[in-house]
Design a protein around this ligand. Structure first.
Ligand code: FES
Ligand SMILES: [Fe+2]
Length: 342
């Protein structure tokens, strides 16, 4: 059945938590990120607390992310207006009186499971209990490799990409894709109230792609279970379990995490992580997974950049055609549409 496209400038759900950075990216240097169209400067206080302030000095709009810190305060790199962690200006050059309007917005921010989350909507509605969890990113016994790639595409295109893994066979053939991914039907479960979409694909006798052959050492065919759990709008978890076909060998668990953060119309941050609880001391496996997954992510980045450029030349009102594999993606679009409508 034809569906109206979801990719033409999707609107954003503002009253939601979004991942702004990996914890390791936020430190004593200012970091600039644009979240839902708002430029924000992130840093950590001397005590280690993350802070998020609007990234424009109230004086002449110089980016605070290009400025410096004095203790817990941000000193504008242009003329020295100085802001505390609440965004209140506590110093201006050349005069004692600080104008009452000399302040920048500060944003609710929370650090959960190795990620710095920010809330750009109504601060009164920000409840950290609503942040979905990814404990494998920080738990003992797990090793994680991670990165972030900006993509010049509507965030909905990345949601679509991640909800339908049949593309692994074609876009990531020879990396993580094998014929069985596209061939095996999915089951989809939608919890509209909680904003969660689950998509499962269980391949009982599949080729082992290099991603798993080289990280687990398995030779021969595998049972490959993919269970997606998407917590709209931002957090995507792919629970992957691998074991050699027809044996009772232990299962290798890999948790693949994505955070999908709209940066601006037509721009999205693609945070990715691969966590494993096997071969945790093996540096070679860690390096392999980091490099290999980065290559896989770049295949998606290149494809989505191309897709967005292509869609941008389409006449308005074009229709796309959806099939069974799109059930999860369509459910995600519905939920995101509702969240954006408030
Ligand atoms: S622009 Fe920041 S102090 Fe002038
Ligand atoms: Fe992909």
């Amino acid at each position: 059945m034809p569906d109206p496209s979801a990719s033409a400038a999707s609107s954003f759900a503002r009253d939601q938590w979004y991942v702004a950075a990996w914890s390791s990216e936020v430190g004593r240097e200012l970091l600039g990120r644009t979240i839902l169209g708002e430029p924000i400067a992130f840093y950590r206080t001397e005590a280690g607390e993350p802070v998020a302030l609007a990234d424009r000095c109230v004086h002449r709009r110089f980016p605070l992310s290009a400025s410096g810190l004095d203790g817990d305060r941000v000193v504008c790199g242009y003329h020295g207006f100085t802001y505390d962690t609440t965004g209140t200006c506590v110093y201006v050059p050349g005069q004692k009186r600080i104008p009452r309007t000399a302040r920048v917005s500060s944003y609710p921010v929370a650090e959960v499971d190795g990620m710095v989350w920010v809330w750009v909507g109504d601060p009164e509605a920000a409840d950290t209990a609503a942040i979905p969890r990814a404990p494998h990113l920080v738990e003992d016994g797990w090793v994680t490799v991670q990165g972030m790639e900006p993509i010049d595409a509507d965030y909905m295109l990345l949601v679509d990409n991640l909800m339908d893994l049949s593309h692994e066979t074609y876009l990531h053939g020879g990396y993580i894709g094998t014929p069985e991914v596209a061939e095996t039907p999915i089951t989809t479960e939608v919890d509209e109230a909680a904003g969660i979409v689950r998509v499962s694909r269980h391949m009982l006798d599949a080729e082992c792609p290099p991603f798993y052959a080289r990280s687990t050492g398995i030779e021969g065919r595998i049972q490959r279970l993919q269970d997606i759990e998407y917590h709209a709008p931002c957090l995507y978890l792919l629970h992957s379990r691998i074991s050699p076909t027809g044996t009772d060998s232990p299962t290798f668990r890999t948790e693949i995490t994505y955070a999908i953060t709209p940066s601006a119309p037509g721009k999205v941050y693609d945070f990715w992580a691969v966590s494993r609880n096997f071969a945790v001391e093996d540096e070679e496996v860690t390096t392999f997974l980091r490099d290999f997954n980065h290559t896989v992510v770049m295949q998606d980045v290149d494809a989505l950049n191309l897709l967005q450029r292509t869609l941008d030349t389409e006449p308005a009102g074009y229709q796309e055609l959806s099939i069974n594999i799109d059930t999860g993606g369509l459910a995600a679009r519905r939920i995101l549409g509702k969240l954006a409508a408030g």
